[in-house]
Ligand binder design. Sequence first.
Ligand code: PRX
Length: 702
Amino acid sequence: MKAPTLLVLLSSPLSLAFLVAPVPRTALIRRAAARLSVPRMDDTDTMPVPEAFLASRQTYIKDFDEYKTMYERSIRDPEGFWGEIAKQFHWEVPFTKVVDFNFKSTNGKIFSRWFEGGKTNICYNALDRHVKAGHGGQIAMYHESNEEGEELPSWTYAQMLAEVEKMGSWLLAQGVKPGDKVSIFMPMVPQLPIAMLACARIGAVHSVVFGGFSAEALANRLVDAQSTVVITADGVMRGTKPVKLFETVAAAAALCSSSMPIAKVLILQRLGPDKLKLELEKGRDVWWHEALSAADPSCAVEWMGAEDPLFVLYTSGSTGKPKGVVHTTGGYMVYAATTSKYIFDLKPEDTFFCTADCGWITGHTYVTYGPMLNRAKQLVFEGVPSYPDAGRLWRAVDKYEVTQIYTAPTAIRSLMKVGDTPVTSTSRKSLKLLGSVGEPINPEAWRWYHKVVGDGRCPIVDTWWQTETGGIMITPLPTKGFGEKPGCASLPFFGVQPVLLTSEGVELEGAAEGLLALKGPWPSAIRAVLGDYERFRNTYFPIDGYYMTGDGARRDEDGYIWITGRVDDVINTSGHRIGTAEVESAMVLHPKVAEAAVVGYPHPIKGEGIYVYVTVKQGVEQTEELLKELNLQCRKEIGAFATPDVVHWAPALPKTRSGKIMRRILRKIAAGQISQEDLGDTSTLAEPGVVDILIQSAPNNI
Ligand code: PRX
């Protein structure tokens, strides 16, 4: 039998190019255990929000007591609390009711509705409102190229508005109507938020697909959204690698051609013909610069009902194909703006730098919408943190005088690994606040971020939320008297009521550990799974009265919430959500594979790695060649970021007598927990001997 092979993912969107491969799995797990100490309940060395931060600015929220008062009011009087905030935006038609909801399926259909009767437009509030108030000349976005030293134009609010209007006119000229879905498959450049805002302006629903997805994955999303207009770019350089976006769109269009022909593809020229020549299809493919220079420069705003859909964003769940999460206009707008304002203490004079791609929810809420609704300046970076070296982010911070940086623990851990010098050789004196998102941040990484990156003078906001929640739900706040605990998402934002439940749906009181659920509605909650009400209800509202997050959490004596990770079959790798079912389906598409089971395991950089158990068909040899083919299969069906880290040739899989794979056991073996005590009860297995065989074939024992 061959030993499982380790493959370290080099092509993650965060491009961890300085990782070395291969590393023995035992070493990886040992290191993972050392670095990823799960936040402990006794790890409560609470740190105050640094004095230096408080002295440098007047925070929107004066102190912890003010947070408490505002929080209590937001729960007691949501109508008053959110109604007052919402009125600070432009409503073409005022709303008549702040909130209405039902979270109990025994009471009829699940719904939440905010600001009913109102008509507004999020693009108007993010752009026109500021330009009309005389701020058109303010920088909205700086654009940092992948190539350090290449100067690219920045965009003022007025310039962004002008481009958005032209694109809105072009979309209208293609026959796009309010409610139609437009797909966006672009690199992380300012034209990506511009495309999103243009859709919002004319009432079209954008569906942004992360540029790292494969043609197959894109095609599935195009068909599910019934989207026949696609906005893309020729390509972009990320590190040393070209990402050929148009090529993927063209391949996806070919895959959809029989069921749903793609009518128009608008292509931004980012690389140009010297670097990347495209084969355009006449009548379908048009260049952005040509189409927009011919478009009407003025494009009227479409006033949208508060509950009209704003966007669809696909995310992975524990079963089946990715779900199209639907967010609507009014509540999302108010919540995106309010969380950005208070959690990052975001002011118009700030330069905010969120390193997330707009292909994910973080880029939607904390690049395109939240900061722009607050009229902040932003830095948009199209490259990767490790190129040309690990000092890149910090030099960018100095160059643009970034005040708040918002990034993922994976990036922090990968940069931490390289040592302090790339950080300490930069000034970073402009930095005021640090943010973390997407996965649990281990206390060691938190402390490094705090001490080395922030020189001990910046608060850290460890923000917990999800694609479905639309905005940050649990977080520390950067205000006087707020105690920060390294590795802890802390306390709920305004209007959010987190509870811990047993699996029977009983609410736990005091210090406890359980399933994390949210009681009651919040403005930016998921409204629907596109085209599938049953799935929406069954996934998120299986227990009357609660939205189930799919995460587990612990609450300590201070009421602080520590996220412990997913409790379902979803892997969070490098802050990306991947359903184990998606990887399994990709694997079994290979003709030599009989069966596959996928689990997550602790990974020192990525948080969780993808561990695949593969059973091959009889007579098939488990060769390096086959391994390569399996990896390619994942890249083809999903994208490079879903490439397995470990493939374990499994002679058989542990199953119950009814044929269900016991993933609990597979997770333990993958994590190197192989004693009988670790494995727990195996008596319900149809063939208990399988466990021993799997342990024997794991590298630890070879
Ligand atoms: O498991 C939680 C984890 O990321 C999941 C949501 O993933 P996604 O919808 O892709 O959105 C990511 C960006 C908001 C959650 O269910 N997660 C997110 N933030 C944190 C986190 N886990 C621990 N701590 C966090 N701060």
